[in-house]
Each structure stands twice: as C-alpha cells, then as structure tokens.
Design a protein. Structure first.
Length: 260
C-alpha cells in the first residue's frame, strides 16, 4: 500500500489522461503548441533578418566590426529562443515515428534554421576581400562560436514521439493498476509511481507535482521512470498474487489424488 508524503502535492491541471493504446494531444496542448510555434517562427525570422543585415554590412567599406558582432549576437539570441520554444511545442504535440521525414524535420528544425541563420554569414566573412585578417579572425571566430551554440540548442538528441508517449504510458499503467498517474519535482530527472518515494522526499524537496506521463514530459521533459519505483511496483504486483493461484511444489515421489 502506498504511503502518503508530508510534502506539498500539486496536481497539474489540463491535458487528458490519454490511454496507452493511442496518444492524442488534448485540444489545450495543441493550442499551446501552435502558439509556441508561431512565436518560434517569428524569432527565427528576426534571426535570419539579422543575418541578412550583417551580410549587407559586409558589402560596405570600411566594415563596421562592432556592428557585425552585435548582429551576430542578435542572430544567436533569437535563433536559440526559437529553438527552445519549438522544442517545447514538440513535447506538447509530438510527431509520429511512422512518418520519418516529418518526424526528422519537426524535431530537428532548430538545427536546420541554425544552419540557415549562420552558415552563409560565416562563409562570407572568411571569403570577404574587404576585411583584414584580424577582422576575419575576430568576427569569424565569434560567428563560428555562435553557430555551434545555436546548433547545440537546436539539436534534439531525444526527440518526443507519439510512440514514445504510448510506450511510457503503457509501462506506467501496467505497474500502477491501470492508472496513468506519476509524480515529479522541479529539479528531478525521473517521474515516480509513488509520492512517498525516497528520491523525491528529501530535505531539498518542498513540492511534488502530480499528473500524467505526458504532462511530466511536456512540463519538465522527463522521460525516465524511477528505477526504485519500478522495482517496488513489480515486487508489490508479485506479492499481490492470491495464494490459491500459487502452485505448491509436490514432494518427490508423491502423486496428488484428483478430487472427486
């Protein structure tokens, strides 16, 4: 039997307790994802606009190094902002692995935009005839660093998918008496089946959140089930088998007489 924690439990509202058989984002999640994607697209447009303006600056003589550095900074800030918002929207409304092209593009669009927003500028900086070697070295290095940083934020090494949500939900329901209910904390990296799990009942924990597997992924990008909770649930399920269903081994040489 699950014990109660003394920590504050906050129920996450919104979303739907979708069955493991089919994962379909709620209308609320779809709406949030759509809004985030619109804002991300706007941020990316500003980033590419900063890149285009920087390219135009390369045509001028003398070249304003400070202006180029500022424009690269603007490009970086808006490119990263767009990528972070886009990733969050994907957690709210993930793509399906059954559509590989769409799945790749939707989840790695931040990296694609990074290449568009920085690579042409980097190439033009190093091939520009109006810049001195010192200018190329300084501005080029800054542009390359910005490209790498933006690429790191744009790349998604563990992209969410409909199939992943279904698999994770199925595991939780199988261990939790059919309930799609988990617990997590603000700084945690796993979701839990038990609110009294020792991993989330520490001195550092003031609040525990309660919701579905999808909500844990949407809000905190938590993808792993706590090993301690999994082992505890498996043990409890085994112990819960009625005694009459447990076969008693017979003594060697003894034959059981059928009941009349």
């Amino acid at each position: 039997m699950e014990n109660k924690t003394t920590k504050k439990i906050t129920r996450v509202e919104g979303g739907e307790a979708t069955s493991a058989k089919t994962f379909v984002p709620s209308d609320e999640s779809k709406g949030k994802a759509r809004n985030l994607r619109l804002i991300a697209a706007l941020a990316w447009i500003i980033a590419i606009g900063a890149e285009i303006y920087a390219i135009l600056q390369l045509q001028k003589v003398p070249i304003n190094t400070t202006m180029l550095v500022v424009l690269i900074g603007v490009d970086l800030v808006f490119a990263v902002t767009g990528s972070l918002l886009w990733k969050k929207s994907n957690r709210l409304s993930p793509a399906s692995e059954k559509e590989p092209v769409r799945f790749f593009v939707q989840n790695q669009l931040g990296l694609i935009i990074t290449i568009i927003a920085f690579l042409p500028l980097v190439m033009l900086i190093f091939t520009n005839k109006n810049m001195t070697g010192k200018q190329k070295g300084l501005v080029g290095a800054i542009a390359v660093i910005a490209l790498v940083i933006s690429g790191i934020f744009g790349l998604d090494l563990n992209p969410p998918s409909v199939e992943q949500y279904q698999k994770q939900t199925k595991e939780v329901e199988s261990l939790n008496n059919g309930q799609n209910l988990v617990y997590w904390t603000k700084s945690g990296h796993s979701y839990h089946l038990y609110q009294d799990c020792s991993y989330i009942n520490t001195a550092r924990t003031n609040e525990i959140f309660e919701g579905t597997v999808a909500q844990a992924r949407e809000l905190k990008n938590i993808t792993d089930l706590c090993d301690r909770c999994r082992n505890r649930a498996q043990k409890e399920k085994n112990l819960a088998i009625p005694e009459e269903q447990i076969e008693t081994p017979q003594e060697p040489g003894k034959v059981e007489t059928p009941a009349e």
